[in-house]
Design a protein around this ligand. Sequence first.
Ligand code: NAD
Ligand code: GLY
Length: 364
Amino acid sequence: MTSKTSQRVRIDLAERSYDILIGSGLLRDAASYDDLPRSRDAMIVTNTTVAPLYARALAEVLRGRHEQIHVVELPDGETHKDWATLNRIFDALLGHGCDRKTVLYALGGGVVGDMTGFAAACYMRGVPFVQVPTTLLAQVDSSVGGKTAINHPLGKNMIGAFYQPLRVIADLDTLATLPRREVAAGLAEVIKYGPIADDAFFGWIETNADALVTLEPAALLHAVKRSCEIKAQVVGADEREQGLRAILNFGHTFGHAIEAGLGYGEWLHGEAVGCGMVMAARLSQRLGLVDAGYVERVRALVAKVGLPVRGPDLGRERWLELMHVDKKTEGGAIRYVVIEAPGRAAMRAVPDEVVAPVIAECIG
Ligand code: NAD
Ligand code: GLY
């Protein structure tokens, strides 16, 4: 599993440690599932878009590992990441008489992965689950690290649990059917790892941006592997986000304001994060941490992969109001992920009067 076309990244969390397998053809390869528990029941949790593409292939390769393979198809979209949809997973599990050895397989993007993980954490107080991510965003970010959740009308991802999968099987071939806009959104989370953790990787993405946009296999393999390595390192050091893990939210405070301000779904999460990273880089410059040349590099790369680099004009007050929602503050100042130097991030409490001009410069 470490040939040129596939790679393995270990996520080190004591008894909760697991492997992330990355490569071509992994979903259909029985070896990807070696050593995972065999049980009477398995439940593939997927959605109405992904099921027709990959559910049959997954069920086929699992035959022999499980006597009964059930499939539950959820409605597609962030708007369905809620209690009612979560309940459909429990209904299916209970309806089929699934016991506590049942293995759940999350087949889809971050929405399916987050919901399946949460269902696995709750069903009979915890059953094993495997992530089979099929979006770039899920392969480089959401399937790794054990954050699981559903949304509440008052806040995104507000109800959830830390619950690690047994394995992540990231088959790069599944990205061939992903709409281009979703590929670009996933690249935002790839780019993110450069400023926060690895300046050399940032340079590599700059050089290989075109190959990534067109899903060139070798470039994709390296990008997903390096992203997972960085995430594994951060999560290994701070699984429950007591400190360090928060750097993974670079660009997200600005990005969440865009998503909430425009209404969820108007911009994809990755699009909002792309623009948010440009704003957070500009904030870092205002704080005297990086120079204008570095901010321009971030802006140019975000633009090059096809993501927006200017935020919507929500109104200055509204922007700040949105960013204050559900954010930890220090003496009233929001804590932002800033770039201290290329490849190194930190958290800084920044007063609104310093942030307001950044918003004004970066919108419209
Ligand atoms: P998504 O799950 O909504 O998938 C995007 C779209 O692509 C959907 O329409 C989906 O059906 C479709 N799709 C998935 N795979 C496909 C394929 N191979 N071919 C064609 N279409 C395919 O969105 P996402 O960007 O994958 O994930 C976003 C979610 O992830 C958000 O809910 C966010 O909160 C969550 N997230 C979680 C974490 C975490 O650490 N747990 C991190 C980042 C984001
Ligand atoms: N995507 C942020 C985290 O996993 O912590």
